[in-house]
Design a protein around this ligand. Structure first.
Ligand code: ATP
Ligand code: MG
Length: 222
């Protein structure tokens, strides 16, 4: 499970997170909803271990990721976390296929396993014909799907995706959300940040507003 307690994060005078607390059980699918600038990316970057709060705790299973050393965090990220940053960062000198395979290489998967898993995932996100393209030869929506594939490739226990449906048409949004639901059924815990109403129909929704996280009433949600 994930337990987040009293997270506070400010940029100068701007208090973006003002006491964010929530618990997520293993296998839950949580949507963090909120307007642009509400602090969703700030929160997700902290949960993904790439940023630190000014105050508060984040516990994944029994590990407090806030005071864990950088060395131990590296291992934890490789073994447990699949993360796709909002900006779809990829390594330009590597083709799409190798970008998606990176977490498998870090986790020590064999070449055979790597080829099998990457081919399957590229098909699932609809990018099998782009495997050899460099990132700059991809559209924004294709990059987004590639980064989601990379986040899922090791079948991680915790999946964090920032704006999973950004730059995608409706069919691709549904494809990605179905893939995430499938991972949830397989036991993964999923947290996504979005301002896309389509996503809120798929999961339990919490709204980030005025630095606090509160349940949001939606048709298909809470
Ligand atoms: N490094 C930084 N320095 C100063 N201010 C920052 C920094 N990062 C974010 N902010 C500010 O913090 C607030 C929250 O930003 P954040 O990116 O978390 O919002 P968001 O909810 O993800 O927005 P969007 O939906 O547009 O992605 C914004 O007002 C932003 O300008
Ligand atoms: Mg954001």
């Amino acid at each position: 499970m994930i337990r987040v307690s009293n997270l506070v994060k400010s940029y100068g005078e701007l208090k973006v997170l003002d006491g964010v607390s929530f618990d997520i059980e293993q296998g839950e699918f949580i949507v963090i909803f909120g307007s642009s600038g509400a602090g969703k990316t700030t929160l997700l970057n902290i949960l993904a271990t790439y940023d630190k709060p000014d105050e508060g705790e984040v516990i994944f299973d029994r590990i407090n990721i806030i005071n864990t050393s950088e060395n131990s965090l590296e291992r934890f990220r490789i073994e447990k976390i699949g993360f796709a940053h909002q900006s779809s960062y990829m390594i330009e000198c590597l083709p799409l296929y190798e970008n998606v395979a990176l977490p498998l290489i870090l986790a020590g998967f064999s070449k055979q396993e790597k080829e099998k898993v990457v081919a399957k995932l590229l098909k699932e996100v609809g990018l099998e014909d782009k495997a050899k393209n460099r990132p700059s030869q991809l559209s924004l929506g294709q990059k987004k799907r590639a980064c989601i594939a990379r986040a899922l490739v090791t079948d991680p226990r915790f999946i964090l995706i920032d704006e999973p449906t950004a730059n995608l048409d409706v069919a691709n949004k549904e494809r990605i959300l179905a893939l995430l639901s499938q991972k949830q059924k397989g036991g993964a815990t999923i947290i996504v940040a979005t301002h896309d109403q389509i996503v809120t129909k798929h999961a339990k929704v919490l709204e980030l507003t005025n630095g606090k996280l509160v349940p949001l009433e939606t048709e298909g949600g809470v």
